[in-house]
Design a protein around this ligand. Structure first.
Ligand SMILES: [Zn+2]
Length: 512
């Protein structure tokens, strides 16, 4: 899918030449000649044996057990927490108790490595038309924290989440069956499975494994958690939201792709004030939010960990919008609070099996039933989540203050060369290097890279590093490409890329 998008952009470049009446050969190589002269095509990072071993432990049978147990609670509507007449072992509170017990047993198996939290709060009634919470309602977020093994990196956090609440056709119905096997026992199972396999690995930064409630009433649990993270100053570098990742396999559905997962990311950050949005548009950075750089880091992890063998292959399809058309999910709560967050969702959803009363109507089976889940698919999704979390937690922190220094006084000098400066983040491990990545402005993902210190051997290239402050000159024009800078360690772990921003206030564009 990514390859298809790249070829689409190449076609676009050829069309631009044609429109300008220029006599360039139509070969796409000609359009990218200057870009291709420097650096090299991006290669997959080398696999980390510890991470590869951990994700190999992901078990379809374990995921099936998790989902079957969640379905056994009959109806996990968040509103069922107010019910007094539920049979034993049913309802959302029974589900919360069980998830908490699962995190505790995972922790027991790693000598108490997880801090298990149950964040209970009362959701006040919602206002507005058709409010989906009409009386004060208890809500429980369950999460477990695996502290980073490196004290210098442990303040950095990577989070995976799914929502464990479910619903059927009616928001208020807390008694009829609402299995939610896909929406979203599947995401909850991914979160638990990531906790199980990653609890056995030592990773420098901190991981958080989450199951929230209240999603179906308006992202209530995730909003509470995102607000808590913001208030407490959690240094959340990435949020991976898995919602409807069951890989629905309704008999007769020919459109499903069991080796593709959609990854939705916002374009302009949801919390950007108008002046920042204007600046993003002026710079052509509408596809470079931190969430989108995170989606590119996921694609990067996939190329190393889920590309082969063929049976285990999972391709992330980068979807450049906040969520599915006019729909939402828990990652948006984190976006609203300024965190990089993306959503994973199966390739093709079946709406007969979401938010439906379980019933047979004219021979059509409705309901979000266990039998439509694809446990092998969910295992692939869990492996991609776990690999991404482990890679990001192993990589050095991304560079900070990445910038284009003010242009020279004589404006036309050196514009075909690009200068970039940055600083290493506090507590960056020694031995960290930095890699310059770039892509044509019309391309979806980074296409070329060069280690910054290699610029000394490039004609017109420069590299300097003093006290954690870096500066480079690269003979590629920033008119034609988007640049990013990412941190890499000796083993090849890579941080997400950070785009440079001009340090000086924007000049008015000059008609040159
Ligand atoms: Zn959902």
């Amino acid at each position: 899918m990514i390859a298809f998008r790249l070829s689409a952009c190449v076609l676009l470049s050829a069309a631009v030449f044609a429109a300008n009446g220029q006599s360039h050969p139509s070969s796409p190589d000609a359009a990218h000649r200057d870009l291709d002269a420097i650096g090299a095509p991006i290669r997959p990072m080398p696999p980390d044996p510890a991470i590869a071993h951990a994700i190999a432990q992901v078990s379809p049978a374990q995921i099936q057990h998790t989902i079957a147990t969640l379905v056994s609670f009959h109806n996990r509507s968040t509103l069922s927490s107010l019910d007094k007449d539920l049979p034993p072992n049913t309802g959302v509170l029974a589900a919360a108790d069980w998830i908490e017990s699962q995190f505790k047993s995972i922790s027991a198996a790693c000598n108490g490595c997880l801090e298990v939290h149950r964040d209970s709060f009362v959701q006040p009634p919602l206002t507005g038309p058709s409010p989906r919470v009409t009386q004060p309602t208890p809500l429980n977020n369950i999460y477990a924290i695996l502290r980073g093994s490196d004290p210098a990196q442990a303040s950095r956090m990577i989070l995976v989440t799914g929502h464990y609440d479910s619903r059927n056709s009616t928001n208020e119905d807390t008694h009829a069956e609402a299995p939610g096997a896909n929406d979203d026992a599947s995401g909850t199972a991914v979160s638990l499975e990531c906790a199980r396999v990653l609890s056995k690995v030592k990773l420098p930064a901190t991981l958080v494994f989450v199951a929230v409630a209240g999603e179906e009433q308006g992202l209530l649990g995730s909003k509470h958690l995102a607000d808590l993270a913001k208030k407490e100053g959690w240094q959340l570098e990435a949020v991976l939201n898995n919602d409807i990742v069951g890989g629905n396999r309704t008999p007769g559905d020919k459109g499903q792709d069991a080796h593709a997962i959609r990854v939705f990311s916002e374009n302009v950050p949801a919390n950007a004030p108008p002046e920042e949005i204007r600046r993003i548009l002026a710079l052509g950075y509408e596809s470079d939010s931190p969430s989108r750089e995170l989606s590119r880091a996921i694609a990067d992890a996939a190329r190393t960990y889920t590309a082969a063998p063929l049976a285990a292959r999972l391709d992330p399809v980068l979807e450049f919008r906040r969520d599915r058309f006019q729909r939402g999910g828990d990652h948006s709560s984190f976006n609203q609070d300024g965190f990089a967050a993306v959503r994973f969702t199966e390739w093709r959803e079946d709406f007969n099996h979401q938010h439906q009363n379980v019933r047979d109507e004219d021979g059509v089976q409705y309901g979000d039933l266990l039998k439509y889940d694809d446990f092998d698919y969910m295992a692939r999704v869990a492996r991609l989540n776990a690999a991404t979390m482990a890679e990001l937690a192993s990589a050095p922190p991304p560079p900070v203050n990445v910038a284009y220094p003010p242009p020279p006084r004589v404006f036309t000098i050196a514009l075909n060369n690009t200068e970039i400066t940055w600083e290493q983040a506090p507590d960056t491990p020694s031995g960290t290097k930095y890699e310059i990545v770039w892509r044509p402005t019309a391309a979806p993902d980074w296409s070329r890279s060069l280690l910054a210190d290699k610029l000394t051997s490039v004609p017109e290239g420069k590299f300097s590093a003093t006290d954690g402050k870096y500066a480079i000159t690269i003979p590629v024009s920033k008119d034609n490409v988007i640049f990013g800078v990412r941190a890499v360690d000796a083993k090849g772990h890579r941080s997400p890329a950070v785009v440079p921003w001009p340090t000086a206030p924007q000049r008015a564009a000059r008609p040159e």
